[in-house]
Write a protein that binds this ligand. Structure first.
Ligand SMILES: [Zn+2]
Length: 210
């Protein structure tokens, strides 16, 4: 696990600070790949790109514009000077999307992917939010928006096929999968086809080479 210095970010609205390690861990030993392209593992952590301020509830990007300092781990006092940035919850992410906090396609894609994958994991883990009707309806709406964002994008066939499967549109999923003919797509394609045949629309853990 490689951990860089801690970066301190400040809310642009009220100047409350949070911190985050510069390099998140990208060691995928023991990690599992899922059909929505996400990866979860004991030594794998993806850094957050958006924070919601604990004081004023504003959303802001954890980027250079809002970075105010950095501290090396060895210089960190025993008592943390500021809390770590927390990943957006489903409700917070939904609110960020509904308030059009994003300003371009890349930012929208990040937030929509975060919502999609987080809901999928929440459902797989049988957490209470997965039974929330509003969050579920928004998950479906978000899947449709993600499909639109992927139109004419290269290398998006499997992801769009997966989004159609999540919506229960198995024929659309199969049609797209029939165009995913490359050798490295074959293993995932077969697993998604099996899920379609089983009438399973939800996230699956991927097996074997990928
Ligand atoms: Zn704030």
């Amino acid at each position: 696990m490689i951990i860089g210095p801690l970066l301190i970010f400040s809310c642009p609205h009220c100047h409350t600070s949070v911190m985050q390690a510069r390099h998140s861990s990208n060691n995928d030993i023991g990690a599992v790949y899922y059909s929505d392209g996400s990866l979860r593992g004991p030594m794998y952590a993806k850094g957050n790109k958006v924070a919601r301020c604990a004081k004023c509830a504003s959303f802001y990007w954890l980027n250079k514009d809002n970075q105010v300092a950095s501290i090396d781990w060895e210089d960190l006092p025993d008592e943390c000077p500021v809390p770590f940035a927390q990943a957006l919850s489903l409700s917070a992410c939904k609110q960020a999307l509904e308030s059009s906090f994003f300003q371009n396609r890349e930012e929208e894609l990040y937030l929509r992917n975060h919502y999609w994958q987080l809901f999928n994991h929440t459902r797989r883990l049988k957490q209470p939010d997965a039974n929330n009707k509003s969050l579920f309806a928004f998950w479906e709406q978000n899947c449709r928006a993600l499909i639109q964002l992927q139109v004419n994008q290269a290398h998006s066939t499997l992801i769009v096929a997966e989004l159609h499967r999540n919506l229960g549109e198995f024929d659309n999923c199969r049609r797209l999968l029939s165009t995913a003919n490359s050798k490295d797509q074959a293993c995932i394609r077969e697993q998604l086809l099996q899920a379609c045949d089983a009438g399973n629309r939800y996230q699956i853990a991927l097996q074997g080479p990928r």
